[in-house]
Design a binder for this molecule. Sequence first.
Ligand SMILES: [Zn+2]
Length: 162
Amino acid sequence: MRCEEVSENLSFYIDGEIKGKMRKDISIHLKKCERCKKEASDLRLIKAETRSLSPIEPPDWIWFNIKNTLWRQRLFKRVFAIASAACLAIVIVGSLFFIRTSQKRAKTDIAFERLKTLDEAIEECRESLRVNPNARVRKTLYDMYKEQVKTINLIYSEGGEQ
Ligand SMILES: [Zn+2]
């Protein structure tokens, strides 16, 4: 019997699932082949260790860690949402300054663009308020609504002058 053949059947042989002539052939091979003898003894050891292991029950701290990680991820999302709302507020202030210093001719175009930015910023703020009802975001949202009304009035008044 060749080593490959012994190796293939070794696990079944150890478990007592191989009978008759084949079992005899394997045991003869194991007596004279050091390599296969070593493999058999390793396999016996692994099998014994596996049997001695108790069923694994995850300890409580694993669940605590999972919950903790999820909570941190959610917190990060909230912080990120607030930060992005704050960023947009800066963009709005910046564009307001730009409107005041720009040419009158382009005013309406800029106002339309600004209105679009405001719409996006308002949507962003509403989204972050849904995730976290935060007083600062609420105030920003309120300011943006006011700016929206002002911008619409500006577009109307500029349109009337033309
Ligand atoms: Zn062998």
